[in-house]
Design a binder for this molecule. Structure first.
Ligand code: NAP
Ligand code: GDD
Length: 354
C-alpha cells in the first residue's frame, strides 16, 4: 500500500491510499482481463501495461474500462512494452505496486517456432527486465510469474512441482528461463517471487488461434452457414484443460500465501484434441467428421504429447481446486461463440468509444 502518483490528464496528483495496488502485465490478454476483474472486485487499484497498437487491443477490458477523467478510478492503463526496460523501471516508480502479476508474453507455441528470437526476448528476457525494474526502483512488492506446463514438454505425466523440465519449443524454453530467474531472485534477493505453473486454461475470451477457441468459433460459423471446413493439425495430443476464471483466483492466492513457493495449477484430467472436438461439435448437434480436416501446416516441429497436472500442493497450501473440466468447458465455449456470432450478425456489438 503506497502513495501513488497518478497522471490525470496533464497534471499529476499524489494520492495516499490504503487499498492494495496491483500491476498486471498482459492485462489485455485472456488471463489479464479475468485477473483485473477479480482484483477490482477485491477492492484493489489495478494498473495494466498495454502495448501501443495501430488498432484497439483493449476489447477484453471494455466492460471494466473506467474513464480516467472520472473520480475514484481504480483501473488505469499505461503504455509500455516488455522490450523497454527503462519504461518498466519508470512504471514501477509511478505505480509502486504491492503485487506484480507478470502475464505478458508471446504466448503461442507454434508461433514461437516462427519467431524464436522474438519469443526468447519477450517471454524469457521480459521477465528478468521486470524483476530488475523492481530492484532498480527499490520497491517492496510480491511477484507472480506466469509459468507454464509447456516447460514439462516431453516429460511424461502426471507432472507436479518436482517434475523435470524438458521443453519442446522456443516458447517452452523461454518459460524455463523465466521460471529460473524468478526462483533466482527469490533466493538471491529475498523477493516474494512465485511461479504459477499453469496447465492449459481456456474460456470464451481465449485467443482465437488456440485450438479450443479455433474449434468453438468454427462451430458457430458452420452452424450459421458461414464456414464449411475446419482445418486442424495434430488431434492426438492430450491436454489438461481448465477454466481461466478459476485459474486467476489461484494466481491471487499464491501472492497472499505466507511464503513464496511454486505451484502447479491443473484439473488433473487430460483429454485429446479429438475428444475436445467431439464434446464441442456434439453441443451444436453437428457430426464433426463431416467438417474437420487435417492440414500439416498446423503441425509443430516438436510436439508436447501429454500434459496432465497434479495440483495437490495448490489444494493443500492454497485450498484451490479446479471445478470446470473439458466437457463442460467445451459446451460453455460453444454456447458463447454461438451467442457472440448472433450478436455480431445482428449488429449488437458496437464498440463505445470515449
Ligand atoms: P494471451 O491471451 O496471449 O495474452 C498475452 C498478453 O501479453 C497480451 O496482453 C499481450 O498484449 C501481452 N504481450 C505480448 N507481447 C508483449 C510485449 N512485448 N510487451 C508487453 N505485453 C505483451 O495469454 P494468456 O492466455 O492470457 O496467458 C497469460 C500468461 O500465462 C502468458 O504469459 C502465457 O504464456 C501464460 N500461460 C498461459 C496458459 C494458458 O493456457 N492460457 C497456460 C500457462 C501459462 P496484446 O493484447 O497487445 O497482444
Ligand atoms: N493452435 C492450434 N491450432 N493447435 C492445434 C491445432 C490448430 O489448428 N490443431 C491441433 N492442435 C494441437 C497442438 O498441436 C497442441 O498439441 C494442442 O492442439 C494445443 O495447442 P494450443 O491450443 O495452441 O495450446 P498449447 O498447448 O500449444 O499452448 C497453450 O498452453 C500452454 C500451457 O500448456 C498456450 O496457452 C501456452 O501459452 C501455454 O503456456
Amino acid at each position: 500500500m503506497a502513495a501513488t502518483t497518478i497522471p490525470r490528464g496533464d497534471a499529476e496528483a499524489t494520492v495516499s491510499t490504503s487499498r492494495k495496488t496491483a500491476l498486471v502485465t498482459g492485462i489485455t490478454g485472456q488471463d489479464g482481463s479475468y485477473l483485473a476483474e477479480l482484483l477490482l472486485a477485491k477492492g484493489y487499484e489495478v494498473h495494466g501495461l498495454i502495448r501501443r497498437a495501430s488498432t484497439f487491443n483493449t476489447e477484453r477490458l471494455d466492460h471494466i474500462y473506467q474513464d480516467p477523467h472520472d473520480r475514484d478510478v481504480r483501473l488505469r492503463l499505461h503504455y509500455g512494452d516488455l522490450h523497454d526496460g527503462v519504461g518498466l523501471v519508470n512504471l514501477m516508480h509511478l505505480v509502486q505496486p504491492d503485487e506484480v502479476y507478470h502475464l505478458g508474453a508471446q504466448s503461442h507455441v507454434k508461433v514461437s517456432f516462427e519467431m524464436p528470437d522474438y519469443t526468447g526476448d519477450v517471454t524469457g528476457m521480459g521477465t528478468i527486465r521486470l524483476l530488475e525494474a523492481i530492484r532498480a526502483s527499490g520497491i517492496s512488492t510480491r511477484f507472480y510469474q506466469a509459468s507454464s506446463s509447456e516447460m514439462f514438454g516431453s516429460t511424461p505425466p502426471p507432472q507436479n512441482e518436482g517434475t523435470p523440465f524438458h521443453p519442446r519449443s522456443p516458447y517452452g524454453a523461454a518459460k524455463v528461463y523465466a521460471y529460473w530467474v524468478t526462483v533466482n531472485y527469490r533466493e538471491s534477493y529475498g523477493m516474494f517471487a512465485t511461479n504459477g505453473i499453469l496447465f492449459n486454461h481456456e474460456s470464451e475470451r481465449r485467443g482465437e488461434t488456440f485450438v479450443t477457441r479455433k474449434i468453438t468459433r468454427a462451430i458457430a460459423r458452420i452452424q450459421a452457414g458461414l464456414q464449411d471446413k475446419l482445418y486442424l493439425g495434430n488431434l492426438d495430443a492430450k491436454r489438461d484443460w481448465g477454466y481461466a476464471p478459476e485459474y486467476v483466483e489461484a494466481m491471487w492466492r499464491m501472492l497472499q500465501a505466507d511464503e513464496p513457493a511454486d505451484f502447479v495449477v491443473a484439473t488433473g484430467v487430460s483429454y485429446s484434441i479429438e475428444q475436445f472436438v467431439e464434446f464441442a461439435f456434439e453441443r451444436a448437434g453437428l457430426e464433426w467428421q463431416k467438417y474437420v480436416e487435417t492440414d500439416p501446416a498446423y503441425l509443430r516441429p516438436a510436439e508436447v504429447d501429454n500434459l496432465c497436472g497434479d495440483a495437490s500442493r495448490a489444494k493443500a497450501v492454497l485450498n484451490w481446486e479446479a471445478t470446470t473440466h473439458a466437457p463442460e468447458l467445451a459446451r460453455l465455449m460453444v454456447d458463447a461463440d454461438i451467442a457472440l456470432l448472433a450478436d455480431q450478425l445482428a449488429g449488437r456489438t458496437v464498440r463505445v468509444d470515449r
